[in-house]
Every structure is written in structure tokens, then in C-alpha cells.
Design a protein. Sequence first.
Length: 216
Amino acid sequence: MSKKECDLYLAKIIGESNVYLSGASDAQLRVQLFDTLEEFFDGSNAWQELIPVTVIADTLDYPLTTNKGQILRLLGVYDQNKVPQQGLMPEIGTLHFLYPYSNTQSMTAVVAKTVTEPIKCFPPHIPNWVLPVHGRTILAGILGGMMIQPGTSYFNPTLGNFQLRKFRDGISKARVAAMKANTMGTQTWIFPQAYRVSSQKGGVSTFNVYPTPRTQ
């Protein structure tokens, strides 16, 4: 899905929103769009990124940088054998290991992300697949969030709460899809796996291989 096609999906969602929300300004719709995207990504963990990390001996903290978006939380850390490691993120954007390693090695941090710069950035910097796959959910979130605002021409708490239930149901489905890496009939990826006990020889884990989740 190209960015141009993604922008067309966004235009369609904004156009449908205008039909239901007569009198709403473009500025109001943009703010609600970003609020909806933030809640969607926060609740679903649908936007993920695999970030390579070079672990250095006796060093516990490592900054994590993303291509776009804002890091929400750490979903897991895996060594070069895809074995989960004991990593945390007490401060957003910094990977922290509970114990130092004795040698330099490559690892992968899996993070969940959300949108950033809601006012300056329009169209929003999100993956091109989000709106084609979850556009109806996003639309329900926009409509529900706007319709429960009192004092507006489109105030309709009954319909607004109906749309918000659809939105949160869509978030739940997206969360399950992300846990299963968008597959059918496979086990769910349980995060975090970092607390599983594994042995080390020279700072390298020797526990059985655990599959790294696919990035979204």
C-alpha cells in the first residue's frame, strides 16, 4: 500500500466523518483523529518496530531510536538466537538490562509505538497499512469521540457511545491480531517473555530458541 493510497483512505474517513458530524471544523476533526489514533495504538500494540541493539560488556542502558512515531512500551528483547532476555524500559526510549553481559553481542528490542506531533504533522506519520486494515475502527473512534461532546450540533450520546463500543471492540481485535502476528491458528505471542530463566555461558544465553515476533 503506497502513501498516496493511504492518503486516499484518510480522505475517505474524513469525508465520512463530515457526513455524520455536520458543522464540525477541519481542526476539530484533526484533533479527534489524533486522539483516536493514540488510543488505538495504545490499546492494541498494533504498531511495532524491531530495533537492533549492540550490547556492550558491563553496560546496562541503551537508547532506542525509531524510524517514525513515539515509543510507547517495550514488548520484549531477544538475543541473536531469538531467546528472550531480561530487559526493561523504566524510562521511555531507554532499554535497561537487569544484569550486565560479559561480552559484546547483537540483540533486538521489540517496541510498540504511537503517533507523535498531533498538530504539526498532517497527514499523520503512521504505517501505510493502518487505515486500509483498521479504517472502520478509526472512523468509529472519531465519530464516537465527537458525538459525546456536549454543546455541539452533532451531540448524540446514544449514537456516540454505540460508536465508541465499536471502536473499543476494534481495538481488542487489533490487539489479538498483533499478538498472533496477523496469523490464524497459531499460538499467541505473550509479552514480555523477558522474565523466563535462561542460563548463560560467557554472557550468551543457552536457553531454547523462542521465535521473534514479526514487526507490524
